[in-house]
Design a protein around this ligand. Structure first.
Ligand code: 2NE
Length: 275
């Protein structure tokens, strides 16, 4: 793919394939693509751009180099109140930017694919869990390490993992903090496929292109449907509002709008009460 670079970032890169794929790359290989607040602010911005851009149908999230997808929160900027944007500053207040980013990936109405080479560890592992699909290279390694470093992610980090691999296995991830290789990840349903490292991008692009051939609205509703139960009222809200988008296109809904604007009583008598 002849990727073209979009936007100006310091911690990430946003590239377009030219045929509907946006690729967001975390570019901090010197720390195994650990994220600091700035990294997550930039990923969020790239996701927003990709959402708003009608030429984009699929988003790929990845890390630079063969060694890591992402190793989670950058422990060097973890303060006593959260992760710090300006660690040197005396009045720096800690944040958990990753909370909003996880939700953004879940709510994004286009498929988001994690393309994983090397380590997906800690908060980096949770990022792949929140993506819709995961394509793994044969050198990928997965694991949670929170309890080793005094942290945990009891939200999507626990819940989505349990849904994907089962409660016992999910608890094993968190209670033992060990690593699992790509073959084990495939066997437990944590990833969609495992490919040789050299073919990772080609294969991921092929999967993305298959989705680009499909109905965007059907994909959007499929994604929202999966999350409707998992995300409780927030998930139902997304699905409900998506159906509203479709309902607005009907003459029945338009009669309500037109009657309001014309200050008349709406006449819905032409519309069937469907069985
Ligand atoms: C990822 C892993 C297993 C890779 O091991 P290896 O042996 O391939 O590399 P190495 O030598 O450990 O790492 C290379 C450099 O990257 C830094 C290392 O300190 C090392 O630096 P230098 O010695 O070259 O100076 N590095 C790697 N990960 C880092 C990180 N997360 N923060 C800062 N520097 C990092 C191995 O590196 C590893 O286990 N890394 C630590 C993983 C970790 O503790 N992640 C945070 C978990 S908590 C979290 O992510 C979180 C959460 O629990 C809840 C909410 C939000 C976030």
């Amino acid at each position: 793919v002849a990727w073209s670079s979009v936007g100006r970032y310091t911690d990430i890169r946003l590239d377009h394939s030219g045929d509907g794929i946006a690729k967001i790359t975390i570019c901090r290989p010197e720390v195994r693509n650990a994220f600091r607040p700035q990294t997550l602010i930039e990923v969020s911005d790239a996701l927003t751009r990709s959402r708003e851009d009608g030429s984009i149908g699929v988003i790929v999230l990845t890390g630079e180099g063969p060694d890591a997808f992402c190793s989670g929160g950058d422990q060097r900027v973890r303060g006593d109140t959260g992760y710090l944007e300006e660690p040197g500053s005396a009045d720096a207040v800690g944040r958990f930017h990753v909370t909003d980013l996880q939700v953004q990936i879940r709510r994004l109405p286009k498929p988001v694919v994690a393309m994983v080479a090397g380590y997906a560890i800690g908060g980096g592992h949770v990022l792949h869990l929140t993506c819709d699909l995961t394509i793994a290279a044969d050198n990928a390694r997965f694991g949670q390490v929170g309890p080793k470093v005094g942290s945990f992610d009891g939200g999507f980090g626990a819940g989505l993992l349990a849904q994907q691999v089962g409660q016992k296995r999910a608890k094993e991830f968190w209670l033992l903090c060990e690593q699992y290789d790509a073959a084990e990840a495939l066997e437990m349903g944590l990833v969609n496929t495992v490919v040789p490292l050299a073919e990772l991008e080609t294969e991921t692009v092929a999967w993305a292109r298959r989705m680009l051939q499909l109905s965007p609205m059907a994909l959007r509703l499929c994604k929202a449907s999966f999350h409707a139960a998992e995300d409780g009222l927030a998930g139902i809200q997304q699905l409900a509002h998506d159906t509203n988008l479709l309902f607005y296109a009907t003459e029945e809904a338009q009669e309500g709008r037109e009657a309001y604007k014309a200050k008349r009583i709406p006449d819905f008598s032409a519309f069937p009460r469907r069985a």
